[in-house]
Design a binder for this molecule. Structure first.
Ligand code: ATP
Length: 543
């Protein structure tokens, strides 16, 4: 009966999908499952399949982490003997409720509801509920396979399905339209103003030769500003602004809203740009402060004075009722320049000359920006896709740090020590001071190998964490060094990721707190520091 499909059947599909590596088999399995679903079940089933319970929201919205699952599972003896059937719709409803719990006592409430779901579940369902909660499905279903399955099941051309997905950014919705409403409705899927679309993304490149060869000659280089990406939707006097994660941030940046209203000469438009916070001497402020500004919705007036923002536009995707994503980047940029003054546009250089490009890169760094973006002149805009049509070029900085402890993983990483506490050497006291944790960067084999290694050098442990002698050195890439009161070192790494394990390095060769401090200060060579502003006070409160 429609709407009655059991989650258990979906869990069995997940098992089957995990067992095969063959793309066509995966596609056939998904396709035959989709055929059996009622209209309302398609969207949640497809979202579960792709591991994104809420495709349009921040994946952390459920806020049920490894520790909560651990708490529930550690002495979970209450598992019911007679299981009640949980339908796909009921499972979705439960996830919805968990996501809505906010404020005081919500942690406990989330835990209770998760516990009651897991208690009713069979062990197979439990396995996949946990993976969904932790955002770690890993059943080898890439988006492409699901898109193919939707096309096969609905007998609609794959290119149409892909296009609809780019515009809607929600595979579940696409599946529902394709399977239940048909080709005409799918063709009519268009960008809807005030509904954010997924941003196009760039691949990293360290090599200008690569950029020129992939872009076949001339490339459009733009400053890569160290700000926050914004997607601006406007129609007449109405403006809405969304962040990189598609959150509505209109309220936090009213001066940008005003600027857009006054300075963009268009009836309606969807624009993309970067908002940068400026400090003293007209230098950009580090990202950390800009993010606080983005989260603020109180005392905005003070903020506008103390942390002025600047907008740099780099793309236009929709203009005066016309969708522009299929037009070449160079044409879009030209159109953009017709609707605003040049000082609102990102700094750009079109060249085929490597030394000109290098000079432009140096200039960007000197002005406190992150590096360059390189955009193929003839490239269309592919929402939600990371590819070589856009490259990002920035200097890489790595640190050699020592592992001082590791947390046990859960879900897919169960049984492995997989979240590593990273420390730098305090050369005066001879201590190792932590700067952050990461579980990113290692392969499964490395997880396995390092777990064995760490257990041999264990000094103490508790339920979650194994503390070790500071012996293993890892090379760590990161985005930024931030001041932090959570660590004795006084600093924390933003977006740390292990590049490789440096068995060839001795802990005494690890980077020192002095170098961390130097690197922190170096960030300010071209960036402003915050002095005596409300944000500075926020920072002090954090300490
Ligand atoms: P990152 O962490 O490097 O900002 P990302 O995953 O957010 O990466 P990428 O596409 O990989 O996104 O890198 C481009 C990012 O750089 C954009 O998301 C945007 O925030 C920022 N940016 C700054 N200047 C530009 C520009 N001129 N054109 C496009 N993006 C820009």
């Amino acid at each position: 009966m429609a709407g009655e499909t059991a989650f258990l059947e979906l869990a069995r599909l997940f098992e089957a999908l995990e067992e095969t590596t063959k793309r066509n088999e995966k596609k056939a399995l998904i396709s035959s499952f989709l055929k059996r679903l009622g209209e309302e079940e398609i969207q949640p089933a497809v979202s579960f399949l792709t591991g994104r319970v809420f495709p349009e929201a921040d994946p952390r919205i459920l806020e049920v982490g490894e520790r909560t699952i651990w708490e529930i599972m550690k002495d979970n003896k209450q598992t019911l003997l007679i299981k009640k059937k949980i339908t796909i719709l009921e499972a979705m409803e439960c996830f919805n409720e968990i996501s809505k719990m906010k404020g005081k006592g919500s942690r406990r409430k989330k835990q209770n509801l998760t516990e009651s779901l897991l208690n009713q579940a069979t062990s197979l369902e439990k396995k996949y509920f946990i993976r969904l909660l932790l955002g770690e499905m890993r059943i080898g279903v890439v988006e492409g396979v699901t898109l193919g399955a939707i096309a096969d099941t609905s007998s609609i051309e794959l290119s149409l399905v892909i296009r609809a997905n780019m515009l809607l950014g929600n595979l579940g919705k696409v599946a529902k339209i394709a399977l239940k409403r048909g080709i005409e409705d799918l063709k009519n899927v268009n960008l809807t103003l005030f509904q954010p679309i997924k941003p196009m993304l760039a691949e990293m490149s360290y090599d200008l030769e690569e950029v020129f060869s992939k872009h076949e000659g001339q490339t459009g280089f733009e400053y890569k500003y160290d700000g926050a990406r914004v997607q601006i939707h406007l129609k007449k006097d109405k403006v809405k602004i969304f962040s990189r994660s598609l959150k509505d941030v209109t309220m936090s940046i009213p001066e940008i809203v005003e600027l857009v209203k006054k300075q963009i000469n268009a009836e309606d438009a969807l624009l993309e740009g970067e908002v940068v916070a400026y400090g003293t001497d007209n230098k950009p402020l580090p990202f950390q402060y800009l993010m606080r500004r983005f989260r603020r919705i109180h005392q905005i007036e003070v903020m506008i004075r103390e942390v002025p923002l600047k907008l740099y536009l780099f793309d236009v995707l929709y203009l005066n009722e016309e969708l522009l994503i299929d037009k070449p980047y160079n044409d879009r940029r030209r159109l953009l320049s017709t609707i605003c003054k040049p000082d609102l546009l990102v700094e750009r250089l079109v060249t085929a000359n490597i030394s000109e490009a290098k000079d432009f890169f140096e200039k960007a760094l000197k002005h406190g920006h992150e590096g360059l973006m390189a955009k193929a002149l003839n490239s269309d805009y592919t929402p939600g896709k990371r590819g070589k049509k856009w490259f990002k070029i920035k200097p890489v900085e790595t640190l050699d740090l020592v592992i001082t402890a590791a947390d046990w993983g859960y879900g897919r990483r169960r049984g492995w020590l997989s979240n590593y506490h990273l420390a730098a050497r305090d050369e005066e006291k001879g201590e190792y001071l932590n700067l952050g944790k990461t579980f990113k960067g290692l392969t499964d084999n490395e997880f396995f190998e390092i777990t064995n290694h760490l257990q041999k050098i264990k000094t103490k442990e508790n339920r979650y964490t194994v503390y070790v002698e500071p012996k293993i050195v890892v090379e760590v890439a990161f985005n930024e060094i931030q001041k932090s009161r959570n660590y004795k070192a006084g600093f924390a790494l933003r977006f740390a990721r292990i590049n490789r394990i440096r068995y060839d390095k001795h802990p005494e060769n690890a980077d020192t707190i002095t170098r961390i401090r130097e690197l922190y200060e170096k960030q300010f060579k071209f960036k402003a520091k915050l002095e005596n502003t409300s944000l500075k006070k926020d920072e002090m409160k954090d300490k």
